[in-house]
Structures are given as C-alpha cells and as structure tokens.
Design a protein around this ligand. Structure first.
Ligand code: GRF
Length: 203
C-alpha cells in the first residue's frame, strides 16, 4: 500500500506509523509527507527516513480552494493508495477532497461524534464526561464527520486537565492509527457508496 501523510504539527502519529513499518507490522510504502507548515515535525522525520516531502504554504494562495486543489494535485502525482491525515490542522474544501473519499482517513482526538473540531480534551472535561478517546474515520466533506472506523478510549480522572488528558491519550492514538492502517493495507476495510465495509460486512 502506498501511503501519503499530511501533518501540521509534532508528527508523533506519523512517527508511530513509521515505527510500526520498521517493526515489520505495516506492509506500506510512504510515498510523500506533506505539510502546510515548514517546521512540522513530520517533515523532519520523513527526511531522516528518506521519504519525499512537500511543503505548501497557504499564504501563497488567494483562496482556500486554490490551496486545497494544488495540494491534492501534488499528492496525486505521488500516486498514493491511501492518504492519512495525522494531525493536519486545516479544513479541506469539500470539492477538492471529493476524489479522495474512501481513500483518506483522519485521526481525531475525541470519541466522535462528540467534539468535532478543536479543544476536544478541554471540552470533554468541561462536559463532565467520564470517558474520552480518539477516533479514526474516513474523511468526507463534513469536518470530523465521516464514518468512524475505530476508536480508543480512556477514563477521565478527577485530576485530569486538558494537558494530562491529551498526554495520556496520545500513546493510545499511536496504537490506533497503525492498527487501522494495517487493516486497510490488508484489504479488510473499505468505504464505498456511503458504506464502510469490514471483512465484507457493513460496519
Ligand atoms: C493528535 O492528537 C491527533 O489526534 C490530532 O492532532 C494531534 C496530532 O499530534 N488530529 P501529532 O502531530 O501526530 O503528534
């Protein structure tokens, strides 16, 4: 499976994918790591692993759509089978992403459908939730609204603040994302005509 990654931040989820591949647990080839931020941690990791990188600065584009279409054109050129958003912190234009529906997944730090968007840890604590978690979902035009593939959960402790909660969740994300990518690489998951299928059965 040929994989392209988009990441804006630290890149620890991409690091987890790389580590899984290096352990022989992920039969994938990373064909591109792209970012909207020149200083994204994922880019450094990619360079160290001799994976091609791409930086496109949104400030060079007048409109969001122009940026998104340019980005996907560049990504398409590296012919990935799957595009993984691993902390890509931009909302993507619905028309630009349409050709990728079914071939693009995102990891989001909440138990979707709860808390789409930002500040998920803070919002879960503030709501008094007992549980929090992360979800991997197929990307559709609806922000953090595509069908969920898998989730990981943990209990919110009485002493948790948004930082401790995020820090405790992160290692679980690092297991969840490679596990889902492994299922896709094994051909066990698909998303087609609005239906997610796992081992041939609707999920
Ligand atoms: C993760 O919490 C992920 O769920 C969210 O953004 C964060 C990215 O972290 N989408 P990292 O850049 O992978 O370390």
């Amino acid at each position: 499976l040929r994989i392209a990654i988009l990441a804006s931040g630290r890149g620890s989820n991409f690091a987890a994918l790389l580590a899984a591949r290096d352990r022989g647990e992920l039969p994938v080839e990373f064909v591109l790591v792209g970012s909207d931020k020149a200083d994204a941690g994922a880019l450094q990791l990619a360079e160290m692993a001799s994976i091609p990188t791409l930086v496109l600065d949104p400030r060079d584009y007048a409109e969001r759509r122009d940026y998104d279409f340019a980005l996907f054109e560049r990504i398409a050129a590296s012919k990935p089978d799957l595009l993984v958003l691993a902390g890509f912190m931009r909302i993507i234009d619905g028309d630009a992403l349409k050709p990728w529906v079914g071939r693009m997944i995102n990891i989001h730090p909440s138990l979707l459908p709860k808390y789409r968007g930002l500040h998920t840890h803070r919002r879960a604590i503030k709501a008094g939730d007992r549980e929090h978690g992360a979800s991997v979902h197929y990307v559709t035009a609806e922000l953090d609204g595509g069908p969920v593939i898998a989730q990981t959960a943990l209990m919110i402790g009485p002493d948790d603040d948004e930082n401790t909660l995020a820090a405790r969740l992160l290692p679980l994300e690092h297991q969840l994302l490679p596990a889902v990518v492994a299922l896709i690489a094994a051909g066990r998951l698909s998303f087609h005509a609005d239906v997610v299928t796992f081992d041939g059965e609707p999920l």
